[in-house]
Ligand binder design. Sequence first.
Ligand code: ATP
Ligand code: MG
Length: 390
Amino acid sequence: MKEIILIKTGEIALKGLNKSSFEDVLVKNTKWRLHSLGQFKFRKAQSTIYCEPQSDDIDLDEACRRVSRVFGIAAFSRARVAAKDFEDICENTLDFLGEELEYAATFKVEAKRADKSFPMKSPEICRELGGRILERYHHLKVDVEHPDVLVMVEIRETAAYIHGKQLPGAGGIPIGTSGKAAILISGGIDSPVAGYMMAKRGLELCGVHFASPPYTSERAKQKVIALMEKMAEYCGRMKLFVVPFTEIQEQIRDKCPEELFTIVMRRFMMRIADQVARKQDCGALITGESVGQVASQTVKAIACTDIVTDLPVFRPVIGMDKREIIAIANEIDTFETSILPYEDCCTVFTPKHPRTRPRLDLVEAAEQALDADKLIAQAIAGIELVEIKR
Ligand code: ATP
Ligand code: MG
C-alpha cells in the first residue's frame, strides 16, 4: 500500500512570479532534511508538493515529524495513494482511516476533483463513500460542521489521494530565501529562540559564540552546540564560530571602569560578530535581547552597542516577556538545555553596578585604553569552526 506526504505551501503562494523559485528552495530544503531516511521523489502540481518515498522500508512517521519542522510548509498530510477507481478508493479509505473511524463518533467526507475526467462529481463521491463508511461502521454519524474524522479524497492527474485532517506545518518561508544572518548565541534561553524566529523568516543562520576559557568551561561550549543541534531541526545545517574571548574580557576588566565593563564587552562582541558575518556573506546580525531584561538591554545600552556595526541587527524577542520567550523555547525543545547551569562569558566579571544608561562618549573614551584592532584580530584568528548537523 503506497503512502506519500502531501505538502501545502503557505505564504509562498503569495509570491507571484517568484513562487516557483521559492518552491524550488522548499523542495531542496525538505529533500535535505529527509535524505538520511532514504530516497524521496518530489513533484509540484497545483500548489501541492508531492513527496513520495522511493522504497517501502522508509520510516514515514519520522519523515512526517521532520516535514513538520520545515519552514515554508503551511500544512501537510500523510496520504494513501489509490487508483482512480471508486472501488479502489473505498477499499483504501476503509483500510487507511479505519482505525480512526472506529474510535470516532462523527465523520465527514470531502472530495476534490482536479481531474474532471473522473466520472463521479465531488458531491457524488462524498455521498457514495460516506454510505460505504456507514455500512461498515454503524455507530458513526455524519457531522459536516465539526466531524471527529475528516475523510479527504483528492482526485488528481495521476492518482487518487486519501487522507485525514491536514496537520499544521512550521509556517514561515523557506530557509535561504531571505539570505543569511549571524546569530550571536549564548547558552541562554533567548538567543536560540531569536535564531529560530529569524530562520522562520527565511534566513539561513550561522552562529557566533564567545567563550572565555578557563572562566567558561568546555561543557558550556558543548551546551551551545547541543542547543544549535536542537535548532537545526528547524534551521537546517549551520556553521558555529566559537570565538576565544578571554583575552578581551581580561583586558576590559584590567583597563576599563568597572561599571562600563558589560557595555564595552558587548561592543566587542558586536564588532567581532560583524566581521565574521561579513566573511560568511551574512546581511544581518541577530541577538536575543529584550528591552529592560538586564542592564545591557536598556535602550541607551542597545544604542551604544548598535553603533559599532553597520549591519542591521535583528532582535525578534525585543518586545517579549521572558514567559513568552520560554513558551517558544519549550515548543522548539531548547528550554531544558538552556537552563543547564553552565557559565556564560556574560556572567564572568560582571560589575556590581553596571551602567544602565551608558554615555557613548564615556564608553568610547574608556575603550581608548585598549588596542581594539589587535584584540579583535587575535580573537578572529583563534576562531574554532564547528559544523552543526542534525
Ligand atoms: P540569552 O538567554 O540568549 O543568553 P540573556 O537574557 O541571557 O540572553 P544576555 O546574556 O545579556 O541576555 O545576552 C543578550 C544577547 O547577547 C544574547 O541573547 C545573545 O544574542 C548575545 N550573547 C550573550 N552572550 C553571548 C555569548 N557568550 N556568545 C554569543 N552571543 C552572546
Ligand atoms: Mg545569556
